[in-house]
Design a protein around this ligand. Sequence first.
Ligand SMILES: *Cc1c(COP(=O)(O)O)cnc(C)c1O
Length: 362
Amino acid sequence: MSPKRIYNFNAGPAALPQTVLEEIQKDFLNFKGSGMSITEVSHRSKWFDEVINDAVARVKRILKLDARYQVLFLQGGASMQFAQIPMNFLDDTRTADYVNTGTWSTKAIKEAKLLGKKIQVVASSEDRNFAYIPKNIKFTPGATYVHITSNNTIKGTQWANYPDTGDAPLVADMSSDIFSRPFDASKFGLIYAGAQKNMGPAGVCLVVVRDDLLKLEAQNLPTMLKYSTHAKENSMYNTPPCFSVYTVQLVLKWLEETVGGLDKMAAINQKKADLIYNLLDTSGFYRGTADKDSRSQMNVTFRLPTEDLEKKFIAEATASDMGGLKGHRSVGGCRASIYNATGVKAVEALVDFMKSFEKKNG
Ligand SMILES: *Cc1c(COP(=O)(O)O)cnc(C)c1O
């Protein structure tokens, strides 16, 4: 008998497609006739080679990357990238622009400064507790890159359109919205994303990096912190997180073959987000925390009239098999994370629950 599964609104680690979990389960003891589990095969084996090569090919295809881009699977999470990016690409002669849109951007800025790098925070939405994405930003001419956080997991905001940065390549933390919608990757010099929000289990960070940035790489860095080390070795300079890469590969296969690609995924995500935001907008009870033009399609953040009602809401939701609705501990309130693997059915169930909770308590 399969165990009962809840509607999972976790912010990360987060829901994975059930069919992917079932495929992992089915193949777990004997991967592709190897007589071993994927967690037991050598990363130098043909079995793992096929996995990582397929994962890389799918990333390139889904994001429509041209030959200038390398696809890497690294460890240390997105948080390691906060340091690794300025370490590699900035020196005494180069500066970068950062846009501060929340907790994760703030951390990226802090790491660059810790390293003594010359960076400018060219825009910030801190004045209103990061409830919006700044507009009409003046970027620094000649900046080596412009760093943004494409989706702000904690504050519930997302760039609807990426800014025009002229000649400076965008560098983006896409941890919580990669593969949720199509975008023009050619504006980006580097994209990074921890897997555990929208593409897999924790333990691996996807990095897509373009050769013009790779060329700027500092020489005096530890081997493991140079992108070129991993680019030369197809992410197998050392042992990669094999299980995480394997799961990402299966999720990308699901995205391409079951969902039907990014356009289809984006339409589903739009539908899910609309369901919840329409409720927030027509309710005098729930209140969205992000400005309308800056709302995230991945993390819907909202408040109830009182903190006591929020506690009750989360407790009753949990009792109704809906998990992960508590806001981040730094901001409180409620948050529904509706990543790719959280289906329309789950969101419909949540909206029904929210309506009946409002009726009883509003
Ligand atoms: C979760 C998250 C991170 C942190 O990721 P780790 O892999 O835990 O380091 C960074 N940025 C964003 C936008 C996130 O959502």
